[in-house]
Design a protein around this ligand. Sequence first.
Ligand SMILES: *Cc1c(COP(=O)(O)O)cnc(C)c1O
Length: 450
Amino acid sequence: MRHGDFARSREARYSQENALRGSAILTRPYIHPDAKSALHCDGVSLEALARRFGTPLYVYSAGHIAERLGLFERAFSGIPHVVCYAVKANSSLGILRLFAQRGAGFDIVSGGELERVLTVDRHAAERVVFSGIGKTAAEMDLALRSGILLFNVEGEGELELLSERAAKLRRRPRMALRVNPDVFAETHPYISTGMREHKFGIDIRRARALYKKAGKHLEPCGVSVHIGSQIRAADPFGAAAQRVAKLIAELRKDGHAIRYMDAGGGLGIEYHAERPFDAEAKVREYAAALMPAAESVGGITLLLEPGRFLVAQAGALLARVLYVKKNGAKTFVITDAAMNDLIRPALYQAYHEIVAVAPRRSSRKMVADVVGPVCETGDFFARDRELPPLKPGELVAILDAGAYGMSLASNYNSRPRAAEVLVEGRRARLIRRRENVDDMLATERLATGL
Ligand SMILES: *Cc1c(COP(=O)(O)O)cnc(C)c1O
């Protein structure tokens, strides 16, 4: 069978499956029904994973993450570049290790993230860029001693402190200013960062003056930009890169040997399964928006900081239905996962597909809110969602939860955090055991005898 035929027959099977499951067409390559129509992550049954590791459970496909990284490597192969995975999207060691093994770099926003990266690969520092608007002296010192690739400096005060710490530790770190290009990009207001009124970066019009202040303890060698997250159109990235390229040309005239253009991250995915989404075409479009700007100034190594695009669609959150309850006209499906496990719907009104894991024999539907046990009305995964009829004890998979899921998990309501499993082909490995009560209480003291 030719590949195209295979893809078509798989698609046909997906739509048949999903008519029955009551969800939109499953276009998630990492999650698929087997011949008996039970849902699998790559070669492993979700039902089996839930039985073995319990729920709520994050399940990731290693193969899918590698594939996504490959899309970037191929699309940018025409220009010197480093893909620096944005650690905050999913900072679990098992995930970081996948990237380290494939030679990727890392974009970090804290000393803790640097410690994580160095834990998986103690030679990774040379591929680490350090972003963030609130770096402390201790975090700078750790990064200076580790010899990271690039500091992305976001303000004048930070520039002074970094210079001071560098002098103290007798280092001359490479640095870039993160400029604010004043580019509008359509996304949720909480994750838009590239406009003048945002707290991030430095007004691009003030950048030249600040580079002049860098002083002898710093090596200004790059310009950085990051306009926000979950941005689906390529044009804003292109517009920002062009402004950065113009600044690079000016800075070179001022005598700075600029050789890095850090284009940030933020490329968005499609969370709605029924809307078309071609990841490969997206990355190619993205590269076509960035590369001309980088090439126009020449002598540039492009740094890329994708987070969500690499890991979001490699992961699902498995949850078990505890109760199905009616209040007036509304039906609530109460799962054992909650907003402390996946906060995106509560925080950003984010949409996640939810599918029943067990095969369906009928095409009957119900409309329900899918909610967690946390005492907040904002604790929901879906509202007024059409779903196949669900019963207590059944498993559901909340899709595209690989990014900003586990990394934002908390112990709110004193709920231990979920376990995580990494699937590689037919093998499933626990990369984080479920938290227990002792873990949760370990740092606390009763403060008796005061
Ligand atoms: C969050 C962040 C990223 C990653 O954003 P995604 O939307 O996950 O790609 C990259 N760079 C910086 C500076 C960030 O803050």
